[in-house]
Each structure stands twice: as C-alpha cells, then as structure tokens.
Write a protein that binds this ligand. Structure first.
Ligand code: DX5
Ligand code: ZN
Length: 218
C-alpha cells in the first residue's frame, strides 16, 4: 500500500512565526499545507482568512489545501483561487448545489474537495462522484484543533473506499481531525490517502520527524 500524503494543518502552528512554520513544512516530507478557514457561523470558531493566505502563497511551494468551514462558500471561490489556493474543499452541509460548486472549483483550475461532518452519510456524495478530486472525512466535529478522533470514522473510510471502487473513482480520501501516531496506521489501512495533522505535528518536540513518522508509521 502506498504511503499516505501528509498535510500539516497550520491552525495549530505558531502564528507569530508563520514564516518559520511554513519553512519547516517545506523542508519536511509533508505533501500539502492544510489551511483551515472558519467563519464563526458554519463552525463555532473563527480562524483566519484571505490576508493570511495571500501572505502564505509567495513563501509556500507545496500545494495549499484550503478547507472552507464557512456557509455559502460559492461567494468566495474566485477569491480563494486568486489568492493561490490549489485545492478548495467545501462542506457538503454548507452547499445547496454541491454539483455546481464542485464544477466551479474545477473550472478555476483547482482540485475540488468535499468535506463531510461526522454525522453525514457517505452515500450523499455518490451522485457527484465524477466531480470530486478529494473527499475529506472529518474525524472530529470541525471547529477546533486538538480534539479526540471519533472511532466510527474508520468504518466510514472503509465504506467510502468501497464506494469509490464501485464507481471507478480516483478521488483521494483525506482524514481531518484527531489524527496522531496512535491511529495513523489504522486510518491508512482502512483506505485513507491523505492524513491532516495539526496538533500532532505542531505540538510535537520535533515536527519534521513527526511528519516522517506519520507517513512511515502508517
Ligand atoms: C478542524 C480542522 C482541522 C484541525 C485538525 O476543524 O479542520 O484541520 O486543524 O487539528 P488536529 O489535528 O489537532 O485535530
Ligand atoms: Zn481542516
């Protein structure tokens, strides 16, 4: 089985030293930079938005994996594309016209992602499967870093893997929330391709080594 891609989430990084944190990710074996945008409405927390992404882009070589935890994401897709997002992931629960939204993201030349909250059924995405590059299953209720992984997510990964196989889809399965060294292996074995890790990486004494361990250990 191929090693998973690792996407450190900068939500857990030291914002006062963001340039240094990005440099660390660039020098590490990480594959993507996960960028959590929260609006205080879709989720009960506000993180950061456009000005930070604008400043990140010129110093980041690795793809910016932008996770929009916002209502009405369609309003901002063009803006995030202009600012340098490489992937845009919207929440299924925030979209009335998911098919249209995903196609809009692809028309902007970006990878299209859809994220599912822990309560959302996997089969809700089946009718849009050809339009999705990345499916992000939340391992926690979105809004905060440092939460405990919900064990049932493992079953959802397996269900999603068989749904993708059934539909001949190459979409990547990304797991976000509560990922650490203790569960990376089982998450990967269940069929995940991408592991997002915030606290596990940035609260570690040696983040670069942790990124490697998450990749190898799984
Ligand atoms: C949660 C965010 C996650 C978060 C993960 O709402 O979408 O990306 O940063 O943080 P950890 O890895 O600490 O659970
Ligand atoms: Zn995220």
């Amino acid at each position: 089985m191929k090693q998973p891609l690792i996407a450190p989430s900068i939500l857990a990084s030291d914002f006062m030293n963001l340039e240094r944190e990005i440099k660390m990710i660039e020098e590490s074996q990480a594959d993507w930079i996960h960028v959590d945008v929260m609006d205080g409405v879709f989720v009960p927390n506000i993180s950061f938005g456009m000005p930070i992404i604008k400043q990140l882009k010129p110093i980041a070589q690795k793809p910016l994996d932008v996770h929009l935890m916002i209502v009405d994401p369609d309003r901002y897709l063009d803006t995030f594309a202009d600012l340098g997002a490489d992937h845009i992931t919207v929440h299924l629960e925030a979209c009335n016209h998911l098919h249209r939204t995903l196609n809009h993201i692809r028309q902007l030349g970006l990878k299209s992602g859809v994220a599912l909250n822990p309560h959302s059924r996997i089969d809700l995405i089946e009718d849009c499967i050809e339009d999705i590059d990345i499916i992000c299953l939340m391992g926690v209720n979105p809004g905060f870093g440092g939460q405990k992984f919900i064990p049932r997510t493992i079953d959802k990964i397996k269900q999603l893997r068989s749904l993708l196989d059934r539909n001949n889809s190459n979409a990547l399965i990304e797991i976000d929330g509560g990922v650490d060294l203790g569960n990376a292996h089982i998450i990967h074995q269940a069929g995940a391709n991408v592991l997002v890790a915030g606290s596990a990486v940035f609260k570690s004494a040696n983040p670069k080594q942790m990124i490697l361990d998450l990749k190898k250990g799984s």
